[in-house]
Design a protein. Structure first.
Length: 403
């Protein structure tokens, strides 16, 4: 919890405790009822024994500093983005979650062993409990480690890829290979990939596979047109090349018998790995789960149709939202973007409260709540913070405690 400070610097001026207390009371009153706050109402809420005239003078000073503004010709004032920011960073008193809400979050996130289900549940719970939009990103590929991979022939050139990540998560994917593989060849490919890449992140596996394919292509290019003195019946590129022991092969420098590039079986394994972990094949895969966006239509400040249309288009296009959420992964704790702080016009009247979640002490994703700038930050912040901890604990196979 935060206590009211005695002074805060704003620009070249210093706000005293009286000004801060009036600002705090005004922001809380506006968040509560959504109406511009006048001096008489503020006199009652602030607890300060000040005349309405004195309060009007303080409010005018706060307006000059860009912390408040007067909508229309009303005598009342509402907080600006700068006013909200000062309130959130300095004056906010965060409230602990009620026991019933904590129980609902814990039970909801401990009812499944499937990571995709848990991410969807987390998004839905955030939306339902806050009556705003809940968003949860899927674990980043570069933070997900490969534990084991298997290939199963389906029909002709269709192969089912089964791979296990992060100790417990099982994923399936169908790929189409360039030729038909026997079960023995598929097993050999899986054994090779498991021996090389087990324990590595999916992103590093993908990069390593691409690099290996490029090196193989360069080796084969170097071999073309080269006069190799091979025993009769042996041609470069045959699997038998790696089994020739004691044979004097005149190979170009850097091309040694036994390298993956010299064995078609191992090269096929690398090509199958490329298909299995190719990001281009996952273009249609959701980057995040968004729930409850229609809740945003119930807030008066977001009810303008053009404003709503712009917001929903931004949410559907995803690129801006993902960029924003990715920024949150680089910082610890709860992050808050208020209005135009996000850098996206569609979010000028929204706030985004986020927190990263971790698996095995590694940050793998972000979750949060999207709502109007006039949100109850003291309630939303603990919802986001606790949900992130619970989701990370639920996804962590070694975890024994929810927090």
């Amino acid at each position: 919890m935060l206590n009211l400070v005695a002074e805060v610097g704003v620009g070249n001026q210093v706000l005293n405790e009286r000004s801060l207390q009036l600002l705090k009371a005004l922001v809380e009153r506006y968040i509560s009822d959504g109406q511009p706050v006048g001096s008489r109402a503020l006199s009652k809420d602030s607890g300060l024994k000040l005349s309405p005239a004195t309060i009007r003078n303080v409010m005018a000073d706060l307006e000059d500093l860009g912390l408040l503004h007067s909508p229309h010709t009303s005598a009342g004032r509402v907080p600006t983005v700068s006013g909200y920011r000062l309130f959130v960073d300095t004056l906010l008193t965060v409230k602990p979650l009620e026991s019933k809400d904590l129980t609902r979050l814990y039970q909801g996130l401990s009812g499944s062993d499937d990571s995709s289900d848990m991410i969807g549940v987390a998004s839905r719970l955030l939306s339902e409990l806050t009556q705003m939009a809940g968003v949860v990103t899927l674990p980043k590929r570069e933070r997900v480690c490969l534990r084991h991979i298997e290939f199963l022939s389906l029909s002709n050139t269709r192969v089912l890829v089964i791979f296990v990540t992060n100790e417990q998560e099982v994923h399936n994917k169908i790929i189409h290979t360039a030729k038909v593989f026997s079960p023995a060849e598929l097993q050999q490919a899986a054994n090779y990939l498991n021996s090389i890449y087990s324990g590595h992140s999916l992103d590093s596996v993908r990069k390593s596979v691409l690099k290996e394919l490029q090196e193989d292509q360069e080796r084969m290019t170097n071999l073309s047109g080269t006069d190799l003195h091979l025993p009769e019946g042996c041609r470069a590129g045959k699997p038998g090349m790696t089994n020739l022991s004691g044979t004097d092969l005149h190979l170009p420098e850097g091309c040694q018998a036994g390298k993956p590039g010299m064995n078609h079986g191992l090269l096929d394994a690398v090509k199958m790995a490329q298909l299995a972990f190719d990001q281009d094949n996952d273009k249609d895969k959701d980057d995040y789960v968004l729930t409850g966006e229609t809740n945003l239509m119930g807030f008066s400040e977001l009810s303008d149709m053009e404003r709503l249309k712009s917001l929903f288009e931004a949410l559907s296009q995803k690129q801006g939202v993902i960029h924003l959420l990715d920024q949150c992964m680089k910082a610890d704790g709860v992050q808050i973007f208020i209005g135009e702080e996000s850098g996206y016009r569609a979010f000028d009247h929204c706030s985004l409260v986020t927190s990263s979640y971790s698996v095995s002490d590694q940050v793998v994703g972000v979750l949060g709540v999207i709502g109007p700038t006039r949100m109850a930050y003291e309630k939303i912040i603990p919802f986001v913070d606790v949900t992130a901890k619970l989701l990370g604990a639920a996804l962590n196979p070694k975890s024994t405690a929810p927090l």
